[in-house]
Ligand binder design. Structure first.
Ligand code: SOE
Length: 381
C-alpha cells in the first residue's frame, strides 16, 4: 500500500489493485473503479497496478483499454505484491489464487459463485477466516438501490410476517442449440450451469433480504435440466458435451417456516436478464425486476394495490452519489456501489458483506439443490 503525503492534508492512501480476468467481469469492475473518484470521492484512491491473464496479446489490449500499469501471466507473481486482489476468472480459477492471496494477507474480492463445488467453497471460506483480512464475494445485486430499499421495508416490519419468497433469473442466450460451447457449460470448470451462475445471485438475495426476517434456508427440493446435450466449439467443426444444467427450479423452506420457489434458466426464450424477486407477508409485499431496476412495486397495509416506487430520491441508498431524483441508474452502477463498499472496508481494515462466508452459505444451498435433484428427495441443510 503506497502512502503518499498530499501537500497540506493527511497522507492519502492509494490501494494498488491486481485483477485476474479481463473479459466481461474485468470490464465491469475496471469501469467501476474508474467511476469512484468522480462519484464516490470519499472512497480510497486506487491504482490499477497489474492485470493478470494467460493470453498475452488479449491481455495487453485489455490492459491498455482498462488503463492498467502492467500485466502478468502468472497470478503467483503478484498476489503478495498488491494491496487488493480481484479474482474475476472462471469459477474453476476462483480457489487457488484467492487462497494464495489470503495466505499472503492480501484482501481479496472474488466473483460469484464463490466456487464450482461446496468443498472448494469451504476451503476458500476457511482461508478467509484464517487470514482475517477483507474477503468479499461479488454478489452485485445486493447493491441495487431498490433491493436495499426493499430490505429496509422488510426489516422495519412493513411486510409483516413473511409468507413467500419467489425468485426467478431468466435469460435466453443459450436457447439456440448452435450457441457455442464455453466453460460455463462444463461441470469441471463451472460446477453447475444456470444454478450456480444465476441461482447463486437469487439465493444470495434471499439471504440478504430475509436473513433477519425469516432466517436461513433450511430445506430444499430441486430439479435440474439440460436441454442441449452438446454444443459446437467456436472456430472448429468439433462439438463438446454440456455437463451442466441449462435450467433449474427449487422449492425452499426458511427457518421461520416461510416458503419459497427459485428458478433460473439460460434457455427462457424472450428473457434477457430478468432477475425478479417477489416477497409477500401478512401486511404487505414487494416486487422487483432487474430489467426495471430503478423501480420497486410496494404493497403496504391498507393499500388497494401495488404502488410503483421510483427508487431514485436523494435519501434512497447510493442515489445521492449520482443524479437528481428520476435520473435513473443502470446495471453497471451496482458494481460501482459494491466496489465502493469493499474498498472502503479494505481501507478501514474491516470485513464487508457479502463475504466469503456469505459465498459459502449460498454454495451450501446450491449444493443441497443438486443433491436433492440427484436423490429425488427433499434435502435439509
Ligand atoms: C450470465 O450471463 C451473467 O453474466 C452472470 O454470470 C452474471 O453474474 C449476471 O450478473 C449477468 O449474467
Amino acid at each position: 500500500m503506497s502512502v503518499i503525503s498530499a501537500p497540506s492534508e493527511q497522507p492519502a492512501m492509494t490501494l494498488d489493485i491486481g485483477m485476474l480476468g479481463y473479459r466481461f467481469m474485468g470490464k465491469a469492475h475496471a469501469n467501476a473503479l474508474d467511476r469512484l473518484p468522480m462519484f464516490f470521492p470519499e472512497a480510497p484512491a486506487v491504482n490499477k497496478d497489474v492485470l493478470v491473464g494467460r493470453d498475452e496479446d488479449a491481455l495487453a489490449d485489455a490492459a491498455d483499454q482498462f488503463d492498467f500499469d502492467r500485466t502478468a501471466t502468472d497470478w503467483r507473481a503478484i498476489v503478495d505484491e498488491v494491496d487488493v486482489f480481484y479474482n474475476l476468472g472462471p469459477n474453476h480459477v476462483h480457489a487457488e489464487p484467492s487462497i494464495a492471496a489470503l495466505e499472503a494477507g492480501t484482501p481479496t474480492f472474488c466473483e460469484k459463485p464463490l466456487a464450482p463445488t461446496l468443498d472448494t467453497a469451504e476451503e476458500m471460506a476457511e482461508a478467509a477466516a484464517d487470514a482475517d483480512v477483507p474477503a468479499g464475494a461479488a454478489f452485485n445485486y445486493r447493491f441495487v438501490p431498490a433491493i436495499q430499499y426493499a430490505k429496509g421495508l422488510i426489516d422495519d416490519g412493513v411486510l409483516g410476517e413473511i409468507h413467500h419468497f419467489r425468485g426467478q433469473y431468466l435469460q435466453d442466450w443459450l436457447v439456440d442449440p448452435e450457441a457455442p460451447w464455453s466453460w460455463r457449460n462444463d461441470e469441471e470448470m463451472a460446477g453447475s450451469g444456470a444454478l450456480g451462475d444465476l441461482g447463486s445471485h437469487t439465493v444470495d438475495l434471499a439471504r440478504f433480504l430475509l436473513g433477519d426476517a425469516a432466517g436461513e434456508i433450511t430445506d430444499v427440493s430441486g430439479h435440474l435440466r439440460t436441454f442441449t446435450e452438446e454444443r459446437p466449439v467456436e472456430g472448429s467443426d468439433e462439438t463438446r458435451p454440456v455437463t451442466v444444467d441449462d435450467a433449474y427450479s427449487a422449492q425452499i423452506v426458511f427457518d421461520s417456516g416461510a416458503m419459497g420457489t427459485l428458478e433460473a434458466s439460460r434457455v427462457a426464450n424472450g428473457h434477457k436478464n430478468a432477475h425478479t424477486i417477489e416477497i409477500e407477508g401478512s401486511k404487505g409485499a414487494v416486487k422487483f425486476d432487474l430489467e426495471r431496476l430503478n423501480e420497486l412495486q410496494v404493497l403496504t397495509e391498507g393499500d388497494r394495490g401495488f404502488q410503483q416506487v421510483l427508487v431514485t430520491d436523494e435519501d434512497d441508498p447510493y442515489v445521492d452519489h449520482w443524479w437528481p431524483p428520476g435520473h435513473v441508474i443502470g446495471w453497471e452502477h451496482t458494481f460501482v456501489h459494491e466496489n465502493y463498499e469493499f474498498l472502503s472496508a479494505v481501507a478501514d481494515g474491516r470485513q464487508q458483506e457479502p463475504s466469503f462466508a456469505d459465498g459459502l452459505a449460498a454454495q451450501r444451498v446450491l449444493d443441497a439443490i443438486e443433491q436433492s435433484d440427484d436423490r429425488g428427495e427433499r434435502v435439509s441443510l
